[in-house]
Design a protein around this ligand. Sequence first.
Ligand SMILES: [Zn+2]
Length: 114
Amino acid sequence: MSKDSPANVETYSGELPDIPYGEASAPGYVNPETGQNTDYWVLTPEERSQGFIRPVRRSYLHRKCGAETVMGQAIAETYARSPKFYGATFCWKCKDHFPVKEFTWDDDGTEVGS
Ligand SMILES: [Zn+2]
């Protein structure tokens, strides 16, 4: 796989990736204390400005545990622009990532990734 990320993808932090694009699902390593990666891929502002095909939603529910997880704006907009961009997503309560189909959007109960 290419070490260069696609032109329409960047890191959430704005920093250079610790892990090249294509070698892992996120550009930052997992923090063992939180279970969360230190960084994530997002679509660039230019790509996101092309238009959203879903509402911009900031939180989802993990059906298994019932917890609500809130995400940053760039990640929320990436989901709205490209609903299948992420294959897995984070639950703060379970402290791990799970397939997006295990989660539903807070506002209307539709499945994340759909
Ligand atoms: Zn959970």
